[in-house]
Ligand binder design. Sequence first.
Ligand code: AMP
Length: 395
Amino acid sequence: MTYILVINAGSSSIKYQLIDMDNEEVQAKGLVERIGIEGSALTHTTVGKEKFVLKKNMPDHGAAMLEVMKALTDETYGAVKSMDEIQAIGHRVLHGGEKFTQPSLVNEKVLDGIREYIELGPLHNPANIKGIETCMELMPGKPNVAVFDTAFHQTMPDYAYLYGIPYEAYKDHKIRKYGFHGTSHRYIAMQIQNMLGREDLRIVTCHLGNGSSLAAVKNGKCIDTTMGLTPLEGLVMGTRSGDIDPAAIPYLMKKYNMTAEETVNYLNKKCGVLGISGVSSDFRDLEAAAKQGNDRAELALQMFTYRIKKYIGAFVAAMGGVDVIAFAGGIGENDGEVRKACLEGLEFLGVSIDEKANLSRGEADITAEGSKVKVLVVPTNEELMIARETKALAL
Ligand code: AMP
């Protein structure tokens, strides 16, 4: 057994998975919610055992992590006899700026680096640091590895990642496109390379979930992506606006009498398909509403898929062609109607899908016979990717 614990710490939550890297199988997983808020709760499941739920106030990440450890080692519900059986811990970290182009074995210098980017990831990086520090304290001597959401995109060329603003803004304040979901885009691209047995591929990876982004991956390296300085740029998402004329923002602030902070919150939480439809950010609800004749739900779906199609076209141009288009994420993996709509009209690129295969859920080759471009559904697995990186660096 080679047990690796994967931690994804949010501002008031911790998601975790215990993975046996001998067979890459999940042994246990769970979630702590409402850390530091009234009504904290832990839900834990060890494979083959009954689910364990604990409702108890957990004032901070340290208290939450102690309960995670108790659950993992519990005689009835647990997965291990002692935390000593766990050999390393892998952490999802949101923002690694320009410093972290690869996952890193955590030491004080790495922690300082993650602190340096708190300004760019104000909601996530402090929680990620807390997650790491708590593990260092509660599991002394165990290696911790930080895996950054931004790292995979660090191979983008400067002409792709710079904004058309004075160069000093980049030099002095590091304002540029970073991109996110990097661990997922990397995992999807690697799965495809393994599946097809070659690396010299031009792939558009479409990670479509609550947050959505596309990446252009040429010969295994990311050359462009839709998200930017923050995850707000790019596609129309569940609740995020995606691309918007920057001059619309002060106008919105004036019209709705909002502060800068309120406006960022508005653009992140109240926009996207939720804002357009007024129905929901969940595609199951949107499709149900559209089928019942709700025009704005229909419009939201059209906007979502149109923006994706536009970016696919842009990325195909950026790569000088395309060999594979891949879909992943809660929407990408489950929603054949969205996949179909994203690709409709791209036949001129040699893209055509098999309508019957496209009805399936989960991993599938949905390429039509005769299509020049392969179209694949590749379920993403960020936790496994983090565990692989952790194993490679720490063991
Ligand atoms: P994720 O962030 O990758 O977990 O994706 C979550 C989103 O996936 C949800 O908000 C839904 O919009 C979407 N989703 C999940 N299951 C389905 C489904 N069966 N059909 C359509 N959309 C789905």
